[in-house]
Design a protein around this ligand. Structure first.
Ligand SMILES: Nc1ncnc2c1ncn2[C@@H]1O[C@H](COP(=O)(O)OP(=O)(O)OP(=O)(O)O)[C@@H](O)[C@H]1O
Length: 361
């Protein structure tokens, strides 16, 4: 199938990139911030030892509570935060090289915000908003081709007939329609990846699914990769191919969505699934009933821990959870978990211990 995406297929953010390589890959990535506190300067470990992969044509979810590091990872990919340590590869080449041509990098990597107003000029008509990236990046040149492309983009995000919307202003539209315009504007430049940070959290519940379905359609029809950031594991389950559960700056469990949902290993993943609106596969888990976060304080990423950051909330914690670095366990079906409970499972094997303690402070 020929798609717009194909037009750019052999032109990554850098000429050396490989279109079959992961769109993004991180190895032992860390991002630390030095911040003031009543006790003086401390180091906040926003990300610690992150191994993450997003393939072309895949939707990967980052799921976790506030402060777990989801946005920080997206900001590394958006060139806002530089890594403190570890590696980031984009299309198989190091981030610094991929981002040398910043204009191209930002064309390939489009952001979808929580609040569509953040990327829409309220004073301009929809026609102007969608035309602008086409003109700036010279995607199509003649006036006629630009006009046709605007119609095509609006129809691609199901704003049909486009003529109904094209002369309206963002304020004339519903939240869901505005988010569709924001997505149409992003698609105008034939991106390789959408970084979607809570793209439906400001929308009415009734239209959230429509926007999620649109992202799934774009993955299927354009081969787009999507990094989907959410607090809500139920929506990640609905939309994503792969789920990465984050806690305290680490990915504590990741794997194909169905595996994570039907057979979670980490108690925190179980907790999230139990709290989700429709955990159909998850009813009756003996452990999960014991988990209760309602009184839990937010994770303080500036406190150094030797083992697991979740141990103080985990009813299944053992002495070694806090006395030693937690080994990473992997399974042949593509799962990865940072929890000693995996040692009870014959399908998981430990890999090298993750560096739970870092030197920056
Ligand atoms: N620029 C910064 N300076 C200092 N600390 C930061 C900065 N950006 C993020 N942090 C800290 O890093 C940690 C991770 O934050 P991040 O925003 O990535 O979490 P999140 O999972 O996206 O949360 P939310 O869902 O609320 O957006 C938090 O402790 C946060 O306070």
């Amino acid at each position: 199938m020929s798609t717009n995406h194909d037009l750019d297929q052999n032109q990554g953010p850098d000429q050396g990139s490989d279109s079959r390589a992961p769109v993004f890959e991180t190895r032992d990535l860390s991002v630390h911030f030095r911040v003031d506190s009543p006790e003086g300067k401390v180091t906040v470990r926003a990300l610690d030892g992150i191994d993450f992969t997003l393939h072309p044509g895949e939707i990967a979810a980052l799921v976790g509570e506030s402060g777990s590091g989801k946005t920080t990872l997206a900001r590394v990919f958006s060139l806002i935060y530089p890594p403190t340590g570890g590696e980031v590869l984009v299309g198989g080449v190091p981030l610094a090289r991929a981002a040398k041509d910043e204009r191209r990098y930002y064309r390939d990597t489009q952001l979808i915000f929580q609040d569509p107003f953040a990327s829409l000029n309220a004073l301009k008509k929809i026609r102007h908003i969608v035309e602008r990236p086409l003109r700036i990046h010279r995607i199509v040149k003649s006036r006629r081709a630009v006009a046709d492309k605007v119609i095509e983009l609006l129809e691609r995000v199901n704003l049909t007939p486009a003529s109904r919307y094209i002369d309206q202003y963002p304020t004339d539209l519903s939240g869901g329609q505005r988010q569709r315009v924001a997505i149409a504007k992003s698609l105008a430049v034939n991106p390789k990846v959408l970084l979607a940070d809570e793209p439906t959290s400001m929308l009415d519940a009734s239209i959230r699914l429509e926007v999620l379905n649109l992202l799934a359609d774009l993955r299927d029809s354009e081969g787009l990769a999507v990094l989907y950031i959410t607090h809500d594991i139920a929506s990640a389950r609905y939309l994503s191919d792969r789920i990465n559960v984050m806690y305290g700056g680490r990915i504590i469990e990741s794997g194909p969505t169905e595996k994570i949902v039907s057979d979670p290993v980490h108690p925190y993943t179980r907790l999230l699934l139990d709290a989700a609106p429709d955990p159909a596969h998850f009813k009756g888990s003996g452990h999960s009933a014991a988990l209760d976060t309602s009184t839990a304080a937010p994770v303080d990423n500036s406190v150094e821990v030797l083992g697991c950051r979740f141990a103080n909330r985990c009813p299944l914690a053992r002495p070694e959870c806090t006395s030693a670095p937690i080994p990473r366990y992997t399974s042949p079906d593509g799962r990865d978990v940072l929890c000693v409970l995996a040692d009870q499972r014959s399908d998981f094997t430990p890999t090298t211990p993750t560096p739970a303690v870092t030197s920056a402070r």
